[in-house]
Design a protein around this ligand. Structure first.
Ligand code: SF4
Length: 327
């Protein structure tokens, strides 16, 4: 049990997108992109949300920051209800909660030098203007491994890795406490991915940052995360400490994901678990356990009863009837 208060507390968060059909655009169903997700992130921690493409992890990041509105649930940032915040208050909160997107190419305005882009953000938030804004913009670019003269360059003059450094610098310029890093390296060459990961780790130490790290890549998550949450069809199916999770994943879906990552030690023999079938549509998720259509251990109860995310005796959290047999 962590006695420190969380930086972020997410409770039963949902995002259901309406499906509209016909000439009258009547709502005929919902895509349950995020469907009742709860977790906490503590100061200085990196909490990784993992899962296959389309599992709802990026949508979770966006609705935490209110870049899109949630359908239901709550988000508290430093004990403040983000969804109760007024427009003015939300602007102030946004200084403290930033996001780094996957694609540094589309995240930057091609018509602005990177220095102007950072100065603009400082001015909009009333943090600095004129020479002071210029000084701060250059300073934060240097902290992110770039040079002072880069402030006068346009985005197209940078490599992919440098652009992601610029995007990170722009997020840091507002001196945030919490950053959602949404697949921050997956659009980059493998050769420079580790540089950006190292940068994020260095910045976490020097700026006292807390991260929500969203990734489909469990090899990367192993390096950066303190705790891991696994999502499947909009739900968290396992949450736990990184070391325990990688040593012994408890949920069958986590086991299959981890069986697919290469191990460096040839003495360790791993059996690859190949899942049958595709991920069902979040517009029409299966009854009972959302994973039951693909689970190698499916039981009769799994087809009708939804397993709750519950703590084990060791304090790990898993949503599976194998781990928590129904009474
Ligand atoms: Fe598999 Fe049943 Fe556990 Fe779901 S609840 S993961 S179907 S064993």
């Amino acid at each position: 049990m962590n006695a420190t208060l969380p930086v972020l507390s997410v409770r039963n968060l949902k995002k259901h997108f309406p499906i509209r059909t016909g000439v009258f655009s009547r709502v005929t169903g919902h895509v349950k992109a995020v469907d009742g997700v709860s977790f906490e992130i503590f100061p200085g921690e990196t909490f990784a949300l993992v899962g296959e493409s389309g599992c709802g992890k990026s949508t979770t990041g966006r609705i935490i920051l209110r870049l899109q509105n949630a359908t239901d649930g709550s988000v508290h940032f430093n004990q403040e209800d983000v969804y109760a915040a007024s427009f003015q208050r939300l602007r102030l909160l946004r200084k403290e909660m930033q996001i780094v997107f996957q694609d540094p190419y589309s995240a930057l305005n091609p018509r602005l030098t990177v220095g102007s882009a950072i100065r603009e953000i400082l001015q909009v938030h009333g943090l600095a203007s004129g020479a002071e804004a210029r000084e701060r913009a250059e300073d934060v670019l240097i902290r992110c491994g770039l040079e002072r003269y880069h402030a006068d360059r346009y985005p197209h003059e940078f490599s992919g890795g440098q652009r992601q450094r610029v995007v990170i610098a722009r997020a840091l310029a507002l001196d945030p406490r919490f950053i959602v890093a949404d697949e921050p390296i997956s659009a980059l060459d493998v050769s420079i991915q580790s540089q950006i990961i190292n940068l994020l780790e260095d910045l976490q130490d020097s700026f006292d940052l807390t991260y929500l790290f969203i990734s489909h890549d469990l090899s990367v998550v192993r390096h950066v995360a303190d705790r891991v949450g696994v999502m499947y069809l909009g739900k968290l199916v396992e949450v736990g400490d990184k070391a325990e999770f990688y040593r012994e994943p408890l949920h069958p879906y986590s086991q299959s994901l981890l069986s697919a990552i290469p191990v460096s030690d040839p003495a360790i023999k791993k059996k690859r678990i190949i899942l049958k079938g595709d991920v069902p549509s979040p517009a029409n998720p299966p009854a009972g356990c959302p994973f039951h259509t693909r689970c190698p251990h499916v039981m009769e109860v799994c087809r009708t009863v939804v397993p709750e995310l519950k703590a084990t005796a060791e304090g790990r959290h898993v949503a599976c009837h194998l781990v928590h047999p129904p009474a």
